[in-house]
Design a protein. Structure first.
Length: 387
């Protein structure tokens, strides 16, 4: 069911020939008993409630439900569940799509109640064979388990199916054929500076702000003047949408004097609800600075794609801009998310772990430690003093 679509509740009907009450659900006539009896009315409301709770579908007997039918039912649930308040899908929906597609391809015609630990391992081995990294394989495995957990909660399959899948442990480092990636490290400062000549001023401003605020890329891309509180010495922005919003947490960005100087460049004469960093503006500036321009009588070229330049950067377009700049600069390609590690390491080194935790917006210190590299010089100094 698509989000926002209304459903008409089928009415309670009287089958005069037999004297029974009935209701038509999903094209099926369901007879409920003698029309005039109170328990028949109660049975009608019970059937309707269960039909609504099952996604406006009649429940299928567990022994008859196929994996394809389970995938379709879970996808209907995921489309309405994994969305932000704005209606934009979250990354969880993309992961669900990948997992359901793989599950249906290998086991679509199988009975859902027969899907067990060995089938899960076979699917996991297929992902390993695709050279997916271990963390991704574990993520996909967790999504797959959640699909069957959801099915159990809706009484579509027996609980024993999910309990069996839950016994399959995740892959551990060095104990499987799945490849591991190197830990994410901060970007070398020289490599950060090297991309400046090859990116738009909007992209360079976002890079600078990430280094100053320890923000995630997506937390800066949709900033508008109306989001900023500029009344204090330190400006703030309490985000409407962020990674941990669904957990009831707030996320606030803090902008000191250097960050404010960057923002002021984009605040001038800008409507309150307009995005600060616009690729459309960047494209207009690039064309204005181009050494050659189209002649007045030149025939316009036909567009080769349906691509339209947006009014704010996405995480994908921002990452692409940085990656292209790295290639032009002749340096190893780095991704914007690594700048968060740069900022976390510097903040932890100069102001301590608690400050890094606050600015990164982490609820747990151990998560902050993944981002903040330990200051090796400090450790060496202590060891030298100890002897």
């Amino acid at each position: 069911m698509k989000r926002g679509r209304s459903r008409r509740i089928p009415s309670f009907r009287h089958h005069k020939a037999s004297g029974q009450g009935y209701v038509v659900l999903s094209g099926t006539h369901i007879y409920l008993g003698a029309y005039a009896k109170p328990e028949t009315q109660q049975k009608y409301h019970q059937v309707i409630a269960e039909w609504c709770a099952n996604g406006y579908r009649l429940p299928v007997k567990p022994e008859e439900l196929t994996v394809t039918e389970l995938c379709a039912a879970y996808w209907n649930h995921a489309e309405t569940h994994y969305v932000r308040p704005s209606g934009e899908p979250t990354s969880s929906l993309d992961r669900a799509k990948v997992v359901l597609r793989a599950l249906r391809a290998l086991y679509g015609h199988s009975q859902a109640c027969e899907f067990g630990p060995n089938a899960l391992r076979a699917l996991r081995d297929a992902w390993i064979g695709q050279r997916l990294v271990r963390s991704t394989v574990n993520d996909y495995t967790a999504v797959l388990k959640n699909v069957f957990k959801w099915a159990v909660s809706h009484e579509m399959i027996p609980p024993a199916v999910y309990h069996g899948l839950a016994t399959v442990e995740g892959l551990t480092a060095g104990r499987s054929e799945a490849r591991d990636t190197e830990p994410v490290k901060p970007v070398l400062e020289a490599h950060v500076q090297a991309v400046e000549p090859f990116v738009a001023r909007q992209v360079w401003a976002i890079i600078d702000l990430q280094l100053l605020t320890a923000a995630r890329p997506g937390e800066l891309l949709k900033l508008r003047p109306i989001d900023l509180d500029t009344t204090g010495r330190v400006w703030t922005a309490t985000l409407r949408e962020h990674k941990t919003r669904y957990r009831g947490r707030e996320r606030t960005l803090y902008f000191g004097p250097k960050a404010q100087a960057i923002l002021k460049e984009f605040l001038a004469d800008r409507p309150l609800d307009a995005y600060l960093f616009s690729p459309r503006e960047a494209e207009q500036e690039r064309r204005a600075d181009a050494p050659t321009h189209r002649r007045p009588n030149q025939i316009p070229c036909q567009k080769k794609t349906q691509r339209v330049v947006g009014n704010h950067y996405t995480t994908a377009s921002y990452r692409q801009a940085v990656e292209r700049a790295c290639k032009k600069a002749g340096i190893p390609v780095w991704t914007p998310h690594r700048l968060r590690h740069n900022a976390a390491t510097r903040i932890r080194k100069e102001y301590g772990l608690e400050a890094a935790q606050l600015l990164l917006g982490h609820a747990r210190v151990d998560v902050t430690q993944l981002y903040a590299e330990v200051d090796q010089n400090k450790a060496l100094s202590i060891v030298q003093r100890i002897g």
